[in-house]
Design a protein around this ligand. Structure first.
Ligand code: ADP
Ligand code: TRP
Length: 322
């Protein structure tokens, strides 16, 4: 079984990215051959500063490795290091109906807001299909917002197979269970677009400051808070602690007589402790950029081996190989 997923280097990863996606990629790295890549070509549809894109790409690699992605067990690479994928994109584009892409939400949303969309954004799902199909991927773990794109990949693979004979494996999405759940500092879904994020490797001091600014209600301290499970501060705390400590916190909410400041301090301590090992590992890796380049280089050459095999199969099937 082949597992594949990509993540865009559009900024520093936050708690939502970790609990909603990254942690689960790492858990899946032992189920068959897994491929994880940093989708810098997709990021180019939004990041227009070369140095920032370069920095984000390196940061993404450091973050993933520090958080437990193991290059011995998974293939980690940068999307653009496998140029075969853009070549396959053209073959797929040639048989992709406009209507299929017009229905995709990222494009549709932008146009419905009256914003001008680039061809890159419009054809984004075709590049994503090539990412998936070029490694004969069986399972694609993604957040709920990406399911539509996996369906596009299946559609395109099905049409290609129908036109030119069996070439591609039909991929299946695996929806990550806690996706769309992690709340931000304002209680809305944590997202870069809402400026309510707490980054995984934020400086401890800055992280504490952000935690102290998490919004809370204005009920008096002594009042018991029965609906603790709906409180985003409680929800965030729950991500970092075991059942016992979670139940203790629930009991405190039910009893009342505490200040939210106390919960925030507990959250800051728990989060700092949770990521302490990863933070140390990240610092080691950051001090050794050669090692990181080696890992990415090795990942790219392993990925290219598979990609060139599948690309050759596709070119032969559709008649561009003489
Ligand atoms: P952002 O919304 O900050 O731009 P992305 O869209 O780049 O984040 O998300 C990358 C991955 O992280 C996706 O798989 C997405 O499902 C997951 N993710 C992002 N935010 C959250 C969140 N608040 N809760 C759970 N998962 C999330
Ligand atoms: N579009 C995905 C996202 O924004 C990232 C991505 C690019 C991806 N190519 C992929 C995910 C292939 C899974 C498979 O989250």
């Amino acid at each position: 079984m082949r597992v594949l997923s990509g993540i865009q280097p559009t900024g520093r990863f936050h708690w939502g990215n970790y609990f909603g996606a990254i942690r689960q990629y790492i858990d899946l790295q032992d189920s068959g051959q897994s491929y994880y890549f940093i989708a810098n070509l997709h990021a180019l549809t939004t990041v227009r500063e070369p140095n920032l894109l370069r920095q984000n790409t390196l940061d993404a690699a450091l973050d993933l490795l520090a958080l437990g992605l193991d290059p011995q067990r998974a293939i980690l690479f940068v999307q653009s290091d496998v140029p075969e994928v853009t070549e396959l994109t053209w073959l797929l584009m040639s048989i992709t109906p406009m209507g299929l892409l017009e229905r995709c939400v990222s494009y549709k949303d932008k146009v419905s807001k009256g914003l001008a969309a680039d061809a890159g954004l419009f054809t984004y799902p075709v590049l994503m299909s090539a990412d998936i199909l070029i490694y004969d991927s069986d399972i694609v773990p993604v957040g709920a917002d990406q399911i539509q794109h996996i369906e596009v990949a299946r559609d395109i693979a099905g049409s290609f197979n129908h036109l030119f004979g069996g070439t591609f494996v039909l991929p299946k999405s695996k929806v990550l269970e806690s996706s769309a759940k992690v709340p931000g500092t304002d209680g809305e879904k944590m997202s870069k677009s809402y400026s309510n994020t707490i980054e995984i490797f934020e400086e401890p001091k800055a992280m504490r400051k952000k935690i102290m600014r998490i919004t809370t209600d204005s009920r008096p301290m002594e009042q018991p808070k029965e609906n603790y499970a709906e409180d985003h501060l409680y929800q965030l705390y729950s991500l970092f602690v075991d059942d016992t400590r979670r139940e203790e916190m629930a009991a405190l909410y039910l009893r009342g007589g505490f200040g939210y400041g106390q919960v925030k301090t507990a959250l800051a301590d728990a989060a700092e402790n949770y990521f302490a090992d990863a933070r140390a590992k990240r610092a080691d890796l950051a001090a050794n950029p050669k090692r990181v380049e080696e890992i990415l280089g090795d990942g790219a050459s392993r990925a290219r081996k598979k990609a060139s095999e599948v690309l050759a199969r596709a070119k032969k099937a559709c008649g561009v190989t003489r």
